[in-house]
Design a protein around this ligand. Structure first.
Ligand SMILES: [Cu+2]
Length: 178
């Protein structure tokens, strides 16, 4: 199971817990109760949850942040302008080689789009927002040859699902020099 599947599973479980909590609140909403003891219990839960967030949430955050996909370039990266419009992507360049560090300068001509870079298995590798009037820079180093996809990650209207562009990455013998 990859990080995305685990995240989807954990999110679903947490949402289910929240739904159960709300159903419980709805079931007991008609009961009249003394305020003070309820407040005491709620404050205790709040304190426990706070420490759960610190003890569990902090290490998870640190662990996940170790693996940022943004490459840092020793040499100047290849700059590629990437513009999203309803409903297509327009890139200066669609063919790359492994090892090369690419800096996508991402913008939009109309509404907000999401620039999502996917590998051939449909795994999201890197993403940034495509916003009108702004340029968001996303650097990425391709390490494996193959066909990659740019897909829109932000719902942008009727044909959002069709904002897909294939990128070809050839072997540049640079994939293994870390
Ligand atoms: Cu879209």
């Amino acid at each position: 199971m990859n990080v995305q599947s685990v995240t989807a599973l954990v999110t679903t479980l947490v949402v289910l817990v929240i739904v159960v909590v709300f159903i419980n609140i709805r079931r007991h909403a008609h009961e009249a109760r003394e305020y003070a003891p309820v407040q005491g219990t709620a404050y205790r839960y709040r304190a426990i949850l706070f420490w759960v967030m610190i003890v569990v949430g902090l290490p998870i955050t640190v662990y996940l942040l170790r693996d940022l996909p943004y490459a840092t370039a020793a040499t100047a990266p290849e700059v590629v302008n990437a513009t999203g419009s309803q409903w297509n992507w327009d890139l200066d360049k669609e063919e790359f080689t492994t090892g090369q560090i690419v800096e996508f300068n991402v913008t939009s001509t109309d509404v907000n789009h999401g620039f999502g870079l996917y590998d051939q298995n449909g795994t999201l590798l890197a993403q940034t927002q495509a916003m009108p009037g702004y340029i968001n820079r996303l650097t990425y180093q391709f390490t494996t040859p193959g066909t990659y996809k740019v897909m829109c990650l932000e719902y942008c209207g009727l044909v959002h699902h069709d904002m897909i562009l294939d990128l070809t990455v050839a072997d540049g013998n640079g994939g293994s020099n870390e």
